[in-house]
Ligand binder design. Structure first.
Ligand code: OGA
Ligand code: MN
Length: 267
C-alpha cells in the first residue's frame, strides 16, 4: 500500500496528496506512485509543507531536471528557484509576475520546446484573489464534436510572448492538438495568453476558430480553481493543462518559489 493518500478534487482535474513530508527524501517506489498519480490528475498539491529551497529542488528532481531561472532574476544561492512575487524591496521587485491577472497559458509555449512540468510553493499569499486555476486539456479535447476534431487535426499555431524580447527569432509553432508524450492522449494546446494565430489558415478564419477553441477549452466545466494556503506545493503538467491567475490587491504580499522542468519527464 502507498504510504500516502491521493484525494481527487472532484473538479475537472487535480488531487491532493496527503501523508508525505517533503523535507525528507522519498523512496523510489513512492516517487513512481506519485508520478503515476500525477499523470492521472494533471495537477497534484501538497498542503502544510514547511520546506527549504533545497527541499523543493530535490522534490522537483523526482519529476525531471529543474533548470536554473527561467528568466533573468537576481543571483541566488539556489539557482533553480525562481521567485514569483509582487513584493518590492528597496524599490526593486523580488520576483516576477506582479499582481495582475495572468490569462490562461501553458508555461513557456512560446519556446520551441516548452515547459513540461512546473511547481509553485506558497510562502505568503493574499487573503483574496491571486488564485490559480487549471484547465484540463484532455477533457476539453474529448468534448469537441467530431467535425471540430477533424477540422483542427494537423493545424499548427504560432505562439508568442507579449514581451517580444522573450521570443525566439523564428516564430514558434506547435500543433493545435498535441499528444502527451507519456500518456499518449490528445489535448488542445492553444491559449489566450500565448497563442498568436493559427499558422495554416487565413488570419480572420483562424482568429474565429482560435476564439472558439479557447472559449471551449476554458469553459468552467474543464476548470478547477486552487485557493492557496501558505505551505502549499502545487505540481502541474503543462503538457495537458493550461492555467490562469486571478489578480489581487497589490498592497498585499504574495511570495512563491517556482521550479521549472523542460524534459519529457519520463525517468
Ligand atoms: C507561473 C504562473 C501563476 C501564479 O508561475 O507559471 O503562471 O499563480 N504563476 O502565480
Ligand atoms: Mn504559468
Amino acid at each position: 500500500m502507498d504510504p500516502f493518500e491521493v484525494i481527487p478534487t472532484g473538479g475537472a482535474l487535480g488531487a491532493e496528496v496527503r501523508g508525505l513530508d517533503l523535507r525528507v527524501e522519498l523512496d523510489a517506489d513512492i516517487v513512481r506512485a506519485l508520478r503515476e498519480s500525477f499523470l492521472d490528475h494533471c495537477v497534484l498539491f501538497f498542503r502544510n509543507q514547511l520546506i527549504s529551497q533545497e527541499d523543493l529542488v530535490r522534490f522537483t528532481r523526482y519529476f525531471g531536471e529543474p533548470i536554473p531561472h527561467v528568466r533573468p532574476q537576481p543571483d541566488r544561492p539556489i539557482e533553480e528557484i525562481f521567485v514569483i512575487s509582487n513584493v518590492t524591496e528597496d524599490g526593486k521587485p523580488i520576483g516576477a509576475l506582479g499582481s495582475e491577472e495572468i490569462p490562461f497559458h501553458s508555461d513557456l509555449s512560446y519556446l520551441p520546446a516548452p515547459g513540461t512540468i512546473s511547481m509553485l510553493y506558497a510562502l505568503e499569499i493574499p487573503d483574496e484573489g491571486g488564485e490559480t486555476m487549471w484547465a484540463n486539456g484532455y477533457a476539453s479535447y474529448e468534448a469537441l464534436d467530431h467535425r471540430v476534431k477533424s477540422r483542427i487535426d494537423g493545424l499548427r499555431a504560432v505562439h508568442r510572448h507579449p514581451i517580444d524580447a522573450l521570443n525566439t527569432p523564428e516564430p514558434t509553432m506547435h500543433p493545435v492538438v498535441r499528444t502527451h508524450p507519456e500518456t499518449g492522449r490528445e489535448v488542445i494546446y492553444v491559449s489566450p495568453h500565448l497563442t498568436h494565430h493559427i499558422a495554416d489558415l487565413d488570419l480572420k478564419e483562424g482568429q474565429v476558430l482560435l476564439d472558439e477553441l479557447i472559449a471551449h477549452a476554458t469553459d468552467a466545466r474543464f476548470v478547477w480553481k486552487h485557493r492557496w494556503q501558505v505551505g502549499d506545493l502545487v505540481v502541474w503538467d503543462n503538457r495537458c493543462t493550461m492555467h490562469r491567475r486571478t489578480p489581487f490587491d497589490d498592497r498585499h504580499r504574495r511570495v512563491m518559489w517556482r521550479t521549472q522542468i523542460f524534459g519529457a519527464g519520463a525517468r
